[in-house]
Write a protein that binds this ligand. Structure first.
Ligand SMILES: O=C(O)CCC(=O)C(=O)O
Ligand SMILES: [Fe+2]
Length: 424
């Protein structure tokens, strides 16, 4: 990150997306040589706006050669030879379960047999339209080297955290025939996503944050498929007439799309398509994640509100339910902030001491980015510490103690501002 961008990031609050809502087109970035990280940060990350990168950005990816045949179709033979035994999650696009699709785990070999038969039968099968999605390919095959995350997407606290605790990851492969699709949703924890088509073509329907409120039905539920004509019916969807038309993006082979935080979307594969995507969170959208967690906890508290007075462990119980519904509770959110904070404090200490910082987690975008991360972590940590529900947790078991960590972050910001900022 350059000095101008750092100074700008100190003056504007992240995620002010008001200017995007009336825009009708998503911006297209053509040339990797003239598009810097700082420009992406200023024009897309901070304002929380979507964009598409041309296929030139992913030209060097191995998967764009090995996973694709000469005529730009999925290379089934290569996938079978390299990954045939892997067990992969497969959703049935024709079977709705809650607001998603029924999923099962099968060997990739069987999925590819199905896919080939499906094509031969003219995209029709008694099994329905099956979509391989959310396959943690990178976790199972870390050395396959089929892609490398674009620099613009590398400030990724979510995967940095889950890698550090060897817990999980949010790096996925999707593959499915023409006609497979993903229902209307916003991403996990209100994270960003990026997605690159290795081959094929997708149609994205994007709704800026808040528009989804107009799409709720009379029971307050969000739609499963926003393309269904019944959304025009005012008695079932009382506010749908007020909703903007979605931004529609056609993503071609090789192109990358950036989906900002909290933007609801629905995705259709217009051809047989393979894509790679990550969910990610960083200093620009961590406040979205924190707001989302607070709303999730409120929803749980409402749901079991009648036992508040009679159940002695009602507050911890709300956290348990929240963790089972969303995948994270307040304690884990705190641990997540701790890992990022410690990594960035270390980068800045090493930098101040004149040590080489290139090999540390969170250092690749430079010391000013580390300083930006420290200041965003401190802001969200301060909000967490002031939160009444967080105060009710058993904080003696938290290490480091939240206030101590906040003071260390503030001291780091102070020291760097006082002595080094002009040299960075
Ligand atoms: O490609 C798809 O089917 C869905 C991808 C998606 O929802 C995302 O990347 O956020
Ligand atoms: Fe998504």
């Amino acid at each position: 990150m350059d000095k101008e961008t750092f100074a700008y990031s100190c003056d504007v609050s992240p995620n002010d997306c008001s200017q995007i809502c009336n825009r009708h087109q998503v911006e297209y970035i053509e040339d990797p040589d003239s598009f810097s990280y700082s420009e992406f940060f200023r024009r897309f990350l901070l304002p929380n706006s979507p964009c598409v990168f041309s296929a030139r950005f992913t030209e060097s990816w191995g998967s764009r050669r090995c996973w694709v045949t000469q005529d730009d179709r999925p290379n089934f033979d290569h996938l079978l030879q390299n990954f045939g035994d892997a067990i992969v999650p497969v959703a049935n696009c024709d079977v709705k379960e809650y607001n998603s699709n029924r999923k099962e785990q099968i060997p990739l070999r069987d999925y590819i047999t199905y896919w080939k038969d499906y094509i031969k039968s003219n995209y029709c099968s008694p099994k329905g339209c099956l979509y391989l999605k959310d396959w943690h390919m990178h976790r199972t095959f870390p050395d396959k080297n089929v892609y490398s995350t674009l620099l613009y997407f590398t400030s990724d606290w979510l995967n940095e955290y889950w890698d550090a605790i060897a817990g999980d990851d949010y790096r996925f492969v999707y593959m499915g025939p023409k006609g497979s699709w993903t229902p209307f949703h916003a991403d996990v924890f209100r994270s960003y996503s990026w997605s690159v088509n290795i081959c094929g073509k997708k149609k994205w329907l994007l709704f800026p944050p808040g528009q989804e409120e107009y799409l709720r039905n009379c029971h307050g539920h969000l739609p499963y498929d926003v393309t269904m004509p019944d959304h025009q019916d005012g008695s079932t969807y009382p506010c749908s007439a007020q909703c903007f038309q979605p931004l529609e993006v056609i993503q071609e082979a090789g192109e990358a799309i950036f989906i900002p935080s909290g933007w609801h979307h629905q995705v259709h594969n217009l051809e047989d398509t393979i894509s790679i995507n990550h969910n990610w969170v960083n200093g620009c959208n961590v406040a979205h994640m924190w707001n989302f967690l607070q709303r999730e906890l409120e929803a749980v508290q409402q749901e079991i509100g009648e036992w508040r007075e009679t159940m002695h462990d009602w507050h911890p119980h709300c956290q348990v339910i929240m963790k089972s519904c969303t995948g994270i509770d307040y304690k884990e959110f705190y641990t997540f902030l701790t890992v990022i904070a410690e990594n960035r404090i270390r980068v800045l200490q090493d930098y101040s001491a004149g040590r080489d910082v290139h090999s540390c987690s969170g250092s690749s975008l430079g010391p000013l980015h580390a300083l930006y991360d420290v200041s965003r972590t401190a802001d969200v940590l301060a909000a967490l510490i002031a939160n009444e529900d967080f105060k009710k947790l058993e904080m003696e078991s938290f290490s480091p103690a939240p206030l101590e960590l906040l003071h260390r972050l503030q001291k780091t910001i102070h020291c760097i501002n006082a002595c080094r900022i002009n040299d960075m």
